[in-house]
Each structure stands twice: as C-alpha cells, then as structure tokens.
Design a protein around this ligand. Sequence first.
Ligand code: CMP
Length: 134
Amino acid sequence: AIERTLSIIKPDAVKKNVIGEIITRFERAGLKVVEGKLVTLSREDAEGFYAEHKERGFFNDLVSFMTSGPVFVQVLEGEEAIAKNRQIMGATNPKEAAAGTLRHDYADSIDANAVHGSDSSTSAAREIAYFFGG
Ligand code: CMP
C-alpha cells in the first residue's frame, strides 16, 4: 500500500553536507519527498517528539544532540514507505548497520546516527502531525 512516513536528517548529517545525498537514496528507492523543512528544534520540540523515550538513560543526550544544529524534517511517500525507509536507514546502531545503508555510510555513533524514521504506522501518523499538522 502507499504510505507516508516521517524522516529526519539529523544534525550530524546536516553538518556533513549530505542532505542531498540522503534524499537521493530515498528517491532512487521510489520514495517521494512530499513535505520538507530545515528547522532547529527547541528542547521542548525534541522532548515532545521523543516523549516515548523520556525514562531512558539516553534521553538527555538525545535531546541535546537533536537541538545541537538544524535538522531536515521530511515526509516520504511511496509503496511500503515505513518499512522501506527503515531498510534504507539500517540498524539504529551504525556498528550493526548493513553495508550500503545510510547509517553504515553516514552515522558516527548510536547517538549521532544520521537519520530518524518512523517505526510503525501509528508513529508515522503521530510524527507527521507533530511537524506538519493533521
Ligand atoms: P532514533 O530512531 O531517532 O530514535 C531514538 C534515538 O535515540 C535513536 O535513533 C538513537 O539515535 C538514540 N539512542 C541512543 N542510545 C540508544 C539506545 N540504547 N537505544 C535506542 N536508541 C538510542
């Protein structure tokens, strides 16, 4: 089915000047950018977005990292977009990410891991609404 998913190009990848290279990977896989904006998140923005992780030990580092510079937030649309985006990204920890995935190629650590992608249709709906409205 045609789906929409939320993708974030994180501060580390924006600093590396690879927004275009990352979007090209999505486009070559048949995903289309249907919304997009470069934004600098406030702490409140980042805490709200990652609310499900607020009890985790890495939460403060995650929020600090995500507010450390601009991010490119986008909505990708296409056939099985949620799973396809996750395949293109690779494992959360770049040490475990398969060759040819974005995190293998661009991520430095589990914190500075280049991209975020919605993990389910429920989170995609919430995350798209969070940045782009209902
Ligand atoms: P992301 O997909 O954006 O969702 C939450 C982020 O927390 C994750 O990518 C990682 O960058 C970061 N993170 C740091 N430590 C961990 C961990 N142990 N498990 C999961 N995510 C982590």
